[in-house]
Design a protein around this ligand. Structure first.
Ligand code: SF4
Length: 323
């Protein structure tokens, strides 16, 4: 059987597709990975087509794949859990998250190790499907299960959504420290729920960005109503030795029906005052009274231009090229 695995979005290797690659190859199937949403002239016909998407903002790309392959099995956190189809776990008939076999060969350039130590989340944010799909937090793997082993760099991408929600987090931290691993937790740690013990544990490990060349801890401030609890968590992190300049905070925009430009800029400014790097995530692109520019323009400015300090938001014209 010929199997097409389509990565619709995401920079990092896609775990669901790596699991599917492993499972199909173990059955003797031929597997190939592509980011192309439509087949090119020379693509062999596939018996099964999968697509995986992690961002709801990729809905148009997902639709393109669906148009090109109407029978494709498409899943992932980018799909509304209420409308999403069959999951990887259903495909490989595993009752739980326990099919922890990944085929790294579909990503030959990738040299780190990637995986989950836990699944699930303690919170139930309205815009997120993790609690619906995964439920309450459970421990899943220890570090020796995630790391590919001797001969591979000690660099781990942990994709946990609620690291400190798992019962075994202290053991996992001890394994990271003893093993001398660098760890990228790009899904973010939950600042709203962090406590002193958790913050000190984080301060004691080599937390890194996705390229592992910079100290970076990821978190999120999605709702203006969480201002006090978010900064309480930031204070705890700073007291433990993690400065604001090490923190990147995802900043959901376009979801709150009461959102305004003032509210967005307030959140942005409050974080910048603490040297935190805001990373806007656009739920739905739109604009608000008082500015013709859209949330995607704001995102582009915040990610690409604001960091250089050269262009203030009020002076930013998205139709002009940066000098
Ligand atoms: S804390 Fe994060 S993972 Fe948990 S429900 Fe909210 S957005 Fe989803």
């Amino acid at each position: 059987m010929n199997v097409r695995l389509t990565q619709i979005d995401g920079k990092l290797p896609n775990i669901a597709l790596m699991k599917l690659a492993h499972w199909h190859r173990s059955r003797g199937d031929t597997v190939f990975l592509t980011r192309d949403l439509e087949p090119d002239l020379f693509e062999e016909k596939s018996d099964v087509v999968y697509g995986s998407t992690i961002f709801t903002a990729s809905a148009k790309r997902t639709e393109r794949l669906r148009r090109a392959f109407p029978d494709a099995i498409i899943s992932g956190t980018g799909i509304n859990p209420k409308t999403g189809g069959i999951t990887v776990e259903q495909t490989i008939r595993s009752n739980s998250w326990n099919y922890e076999n990944y085929d790294y060969s579909i990503y030959p350039e990738f040299d780190a190790s990637i995986g989950f130590t836990q699944r699930g989340c303690r919170l139930k944010c309205k815009f997120c499907g993790v609690h619906t799909k995964e439920g309450k937090p459970i421990s899943l793997n220890n570090i020796s299960n995630v790391w590919r082993g001797e001969g591979h760099p000690k660099k781990l991408h942990l994709l946990d959504n609620d690291f400190f929600g798992q019962p075994d987090w202290r053991q996992v931290i001890a394994q990271i420290r003893l093993g001398g691993f660098k760890v990228c937790m790009s899904q973010g740690v939950n600042t709203r729920l962090i406590n002193v013990e958790g913050a000190e544990a984080l301060a004691g490990i080599e937390y890194r960005n996705t390229d592992f060349d910079k100290r970076q801890l990821y978190t999120a401030w999605d709702n203006i109503g969480d201002e006090a609890i978010f900064f309480r968590g930031i204070d705890i992190l700073e007291n433990a030795g993690i400065p604001g300049k090490h923190i990147m905070a995802y900043m959901l925009v376009g979801f709150d029906p009461k959102e305004t430009w003032d509210r967005i800029l307030h959140r942005y400014q409050r974080m910048r005052e603490r040297q935190i790097m805001p990373y806007p995530m656009v739920f739905e692109d739109k604009t608000y009274p008082g500015d013709w520019r859209t949330l995607k323009h704001f995102q582009r400015w915040a990610i690409r231009l604001a960091r250089s300090g050269n262009i203030a938001w009020r002076d930013y014209n998205p139709h002009m090229r940066a000098a």
